[in-house]
Design a protein around this ligand. Structure first.
Ligand SMILES: [Fe+2]
Ligand SMILES: [Fe+2]
Length: 251
């Protein structure tokens, strides 16, 4: 594990073959209970960065990426949905990495990326795959799950890693990079406190679509990554949300 910035505490760690987790802890003095912002770098013939981090975090994430892959080699900058922590420094990265292009869902390309980004985005259809070299990524469109019409998640087929964005968000700033401990209750505590999910009619079906990829590793944007039976965990989340929404409907 490498410490890139001793003051920010930004760390980089390989969590699966060729997949590096960049994590910046935010202490409780800044965000109550502490928090983390995580990005993931797939090191391959066509290196891919998933999430850029907030615009003001750009120097931290840039230096972490460059510790693994020279910025000139970075080929794709991808993200789940259009928010500052997912893609706030997209244009800074496009400037620093001259061979990189945004990679996102077709809807995100049409709604935001092709207007805001300084270079044209490659939009992926639902289920479309892209070979990076040893790794292959598949785009799974999940409108409004957990939030954002343009939202989707990326699945890497060889390591069975689901980059699950804001799903399973956990509080805290000192967690391990990977855990096998229960993820449902800590992330449900966050969801119940902040209600950051859209209340979409298709949530159950879209979580089932993610479950069918049978992920072995969930790469969470906030909190530890999780190793285990990802399909089971996603189905338990779907059941919990269903229960929550039926309870709501009763009043
Ligand atoms: Fe988000
Ligand atoms: Fe996020």
């Amino acid at each position: 594990m490498g410490f890139i910035h001793p003051h920010s505490g930004t760390k980089i760690e390989e969590i699966a073959e060729g997949i590096h987790r960049i994590s910046t802890p935010i202490p409780p003095e800044i965000i109550p209970d502490g928090f983390t912002y995580n990005q993931f770098l797939i090191d391959d013939e066509q290196p891919l960065l998933y999430h850029t981090g907030l615009r003001r975090m750009f120097p931290l994430v840039r230096d972490a990426v460059a510790a693994v892959v020279p910025l000139e080699r970075l080929r794709w900058i991808s993200f789940s949905h259009w928010e500052a922590d997912e893609c706030g420094s997209l244009n800074e990265f496009l400037e620093a990495a001259p061979n990189a292009e945004p990679l996102c869902g077709e809807l995100m390309r049409d709604l935001s990326a092709d207007d805001v980004a300084d270079r044209a985005a490659r939009g992926m259809a639902d289920g479309e795959e892209l070979k990076l070299g040893q790794h292959t990524v598949r785009w799974l469109a999940t409108p409004h799950v957990p939030h954002g019409w343009e939202c989707g998640h990326l699945f890497e087929t060889t390591t069975r890693t689901l980059f699950c964005g804001d799903l399973f968000t956990q509080k805290g700033h000192e967690q391990p990079a990977i855990t096998k401990d229960d993820l449902l209750e800590p992330s449900e505590a966050m969801r119940e406190r902040f209600d950051y999910y859209a209340h979409s009619r298709d949530t159950g079906a879209l979580l089932e679509k993610l479950a069918r990829t049978e992920p072995a590793l969930l790469a969470c944007m906030h909190g530890s990554s999780w190793r285990g039976d990802g399909a089971d965990l996603l189905r338990r989340l779907a059941a919990r949300l269903d229960q929550h929404d039926s309870g709501r409907g009763a009043f």
